[in-house]
Design a protein around this ligand. Structure first.
Ligand SMILES: Cc1ncc(COP(=O)(O)O)c(C=O)c1O
Length: 459
């Protein structure tokens, strides 16, 4: 593959050296593909096959992957769905289902917004399947970040970003203060972009709403202001701005006063080279934490290509690069869970899935309302709750001059038997506790908040 089209796009200048180098060599796939079609005796496959009746008593005369008979006892999925390798970038059926799912999640209406819908359908890559979102985050960061380069993220963020980006990849995170007066700090984000653009030919951001650990989701006008800032900044800097959109908690929006869909869609819609990359997956969306299936989908811009053929080549080139990263790290993703998700979509349909999940979403929404209302009742000036509207968590700030978050969490656990996650990063101006209300029953919330109140009074 020559990567002729991607080289002409701003995406290429944003790639890391590794991202520029990596590709999926076609050799083995080329020969095994041809072998399957053309050979009479095919010895190209990398997994062991035999006639089923040669190793299973009462087996068929079919040529199947060898398997241990007992695996059948645990699932109604076929042997092929459990035993075989998946394609590197994922099972074709799952990719096509997830693309349709992604389009459904855009909430675009075919009647009133047909051109936006067709733009979305045409100008995104096929999702590639990863081993959960964490793997998707690692792979997309590897695609863009050289060691020593910088990615921008809010100061309050999922802690694993730091470990992936700084300790594994050797790149750096530039934090910006997340909120000013309970709104996203657009000026802070803009300043961070300007600073990074002085030392880099590209700007990479990682953002995701609902956010972990705060549960923050922007209001429509906040998103609008952010988009306008990004458009204007990109035009001024003339450097690509890549936005890694971590949509781990995408469906869990409880407040009606915030945006109802991922920021991926609004970023995709603008013509400037603000390039969104959607990272989502079954982990929380389908409540399948251990299934380890995520997706990377790249948003493309119509101005990058001059015709349909170039567009298709660009999609193939990106797919090949991402497949190269997958093949060299995890090789391919869990077949069983991909097959299970295909069955779920085929049997329930998208609306059926949403409907079934709604019960759970409502339970979480009730907890969200209850805990926020109880916390508001605590009259203590050393704490404040960050704006939150969805997800699994909220964040309680504690005045660092009065109590260290770690000491507070320790005290809360020892004396009141309440577990929370303290986050204390003085360089990032953070001292507080993450409360995972996703994991406490609504009937315990009164008592939970009461114990926090008592613990605060002890200091
Ligand atoms: C913001 C965020 N992104 C990504 C992940 C990881 O998701 P996965 O379990 O699919 O790797 C999490 C999990 O806690 C998360 O909170």
């Amino acid at each position: 593959m020559q990567f002729e089209v991607i080289k002409k796009t701003p995406l290429y200048s944003a790639l890391s050296e590794q991202g520029k180098r990596i590709y999926l060599p076609q050799g083995i796939f080329y020969w095994s593909g041809r072998g399957k079609k053309e050979a009479e005796i095919n010895s190209t496959l990398g997994s062991a096959f035999g006639y089923e009746n040669s190793f299973i008593e009462g087996g068929t005369s079919e040529w199947v992957p060898f398997y241990l008979e007992d695996i059948k006892a645990y699932s109604t999925l076929s042997v092929n769905e459990v035993v075989s390798y998946s394609k590197v970038s994922g099972l074709e059926d799952l990719i096509s289902i997830w693309k349709k799912w992604l389009i459904k999640k855009s909430l675009l209406d075919i009647e009133s917004e047909p051109s936006k819908l067709s733009k979305l359908e045409n100008y995104i890559t096929n999702p590639v399947v990863t081993a959960g979102l964490t793997n998707g985050i690692f792979l997309s960061c590897s695609l863009f970040l050289n060691p020593g380069e910088i990615v921008i993220s809010p100061n309050k963020r999922w802690g694993n970003y730091d470990n992936i980006i700084e300790n594994l990849i050797g790149a750096k995170i530039k934090s910006f203060e997340f909120f000013v007066e309970d709104q996203i700090n657009i000026e802070g984000l803009k300043n961070a972009i300007h600073e990074v653009s002085e030392v880099q030919e590209k700007v990479i951001l990682i953002l995701g709403f609902p956010n972990n650990p705060t549960g923050y989701i922007p209001k429509e006008e906040e998103l609008e202001a952010m988009i306008q800032m990004l458009r204007q900044t990109q035009r001024e800097l003339i450097k690509p701005i890549v936005v890694l959109v971590d949509d781990a908690y995408e469906p869990y929006v409880y407040s009606t006063s915030v945006i109802k869909r991922s920021i991926f869609y609004a970023l995709h819609d603008i013509e400037e080279d603000v390039i969104p990359i959607k990272l989502d997956g079954i982990t929380k969306e389908l409540l399948l934490y251990g299934g380890r299936i995520g997706f990377i989908t790249v948003g493309l811009k119509p101005g990058w290509v001059s015709n349909e053929e170039e567009l298709n080549t660009l999609k193939k080139e990106l797919d090949n690069k991402l497949s190269g990263l997958i093949r060299t790290t995890i090789s391919n993703s869990n077949h069983f869970y991909q097959a299970l998700v295909i069955k779920l979509f085929n049997n329930l349909g998208m609306d059926g899935i949403i409907q079934k999940r709604e019960k759970i979403r409502n339970i979480l929404k009730n907890r969200y309302e209850k805990i926020n209302s109880e916390l508001r009742k605590i009259d203590n000036s050393i704490i404040s709750v960050d704006p939150n509207a969805g997800g699994f968590f909220l964040f309680l700030n504690i005045n660092p001059e009065r109590i260290s978050a770690k000491n507070f969490a320790d005290h809360l656990l020892r004396k009141y038997k309440v577990g929370v996650i303290p986050i204390e990063k003085h360089e990032d101006n953070i001292n507080g506790i993450r409360i995972a209300y996703c994991s406490i029953d609504i009937n315990e919330i009164d008592e939970f908040v009461n114990r926090i109140k008592l613990a605060l009074e002890d200091f």
